[in-house]
Design a protein around this ligand. Structure first.
Ligand SMILES: Nc1ncnc2c1ncn2[C@@H]1O[C@H](COP(=O)(O)OP(=O)(O)OP(=O)(O)O)[C@@H](O)[C@H]1O
Length: 292
């Protein structure tokens, strides 16, 4: 049940010397899963994300590979083959994206309502005004923002609320894939957690798949089904989140895991709040072993 296949994808920045930012990346995103993409700053995560959705600008150039979207209805779209107009029509509709700091991309002089409605007037021109307004209000409530806020201007909302508005907009056309590039990094930890909880809840409810990008590996361990670890533009390890934590194969994954400070006690585990019971149980066993 693959929803997106990335095949042999490479991106260069044509500067002097050329930067090979993404090298022969292949991965399959399953319908409804959260795939975490981890790796230190500069390893190529954002370039890959922008490349998939074809939002890269020169000097970036896709030098090989393709991204194929497999619709629920059974047809395929080769994203690299789309012309500008089809790309505009399909982007946000099939695959949408939330960028780091996207909350700052809201237009400051236009109300949330008008910016939100714009998504529907562009992509759902047949929709009547009343229906459009109701849909915007519903979406906003879905991400935990009161519908009264539709009348606000961006500066009247907190950073967390603005980022929620952006997430609601990204969900507006019910895409089957959402790519989230550090969507909560600019926010404080409490708001970050609330938004992450909301994203996983919505994923369960609506069934879209998520590629979640961050350098914060503990956070990924908490929310992802599978994790891909990227280094120097390549995926060095890809596996089930629990396996990756308990039995990392690649030296770099081990290094990455070891580079995060202990979050719960001396042994240093990645448990942060509502972590998988399995991991908690494993830790309990290990602590028991150490004591005996
Ligand atoms: N416009 C550009 N011109 C030249 N090189 C670039 C450009 N943008 C990015 N790069 C380089 O491409 C590589 C990958 O960068 P990218 O931003 O994709 O990494 P990242 O893993 O997303 O990092 P971060 O977590 O800091 O956003 C880096 O070496 C970066 O310096």
């Amino acid at each position: 049940m693959t929803v997106l296949s990335i095949e042999n994808f490479s991106v260069d920045y044509l500067v002097d010397p050329v930067v090979h930012a993404v090298r022969n990346v292949s991965l399959e995103l399953e319908r409804g899963e959260v795939l975490g993409l981890a790796g230190e700053s500069g390893c190529g995560k954002s370039t890959l994300a922008y490349g998939i959705i074809r939002l890269l600008k020169p000097p970036a150039m896709i030098t090989s590979g393709r991204a194929v979207f497999h619709s629920r209805e059974g047809y395929e779209i080769d994203w690299n083959e789309l012309h500008a107009e089809d790309l505009r029509a399909n982007r946000w509709e099939k695959i949408s994206m939330v960028f780091q700091g996207a909350m700052n991309s809201l237009n400051p002089v236009i109300s949330i309502q008008d910016q939100f409605e714009d998504v529907f007037t562009t992509h759902r021109p047949e929709m009547g005004k009343k229906e459009r307004r109701e849909r915007c209000a519903e979406l906003l409530e879905r991400v935990g923002v009161d519908r009264k806020r539709l009348r606000s201007y961006p500066h009247e909302l907190s950073g967390g609320m603005r980022q929620r508005v952006i997430i609601a907009m990204a969900m507006a056309l019910e895409p089957q894939v959402m790519i989230m590039d550090e969507p909560t990094t600019a926010l404080d930890v409490v708001v970050q957690r609330e938004i992450l909880r909301e994203i996983t809840r919505l994923r369960d409810e609506l069934g879209f798949a998520v590629i979640f990008i961050t350098h914060d590996l503990p956070l990924l361990l908490e929310i992802s089904d599978r994790i891909a670890v990227m280094r120097h533009g390549e995926i060095v390890e890809l596996g089930d989140a629990v396996d990756l934590y308990t039995n990392p194969q690649h030296d770099y994954t081990k290094q990455l895991l070891a580079s995060f400070p202990s979050l719960t006690g001396e042994r240093g585990s990645f448990v942060r709040g509502a972590m998988d019971d399995h991991l908690l149980a494993l830790d309990a066993v290990k602590v028991g072993e150490e004591k005996s």
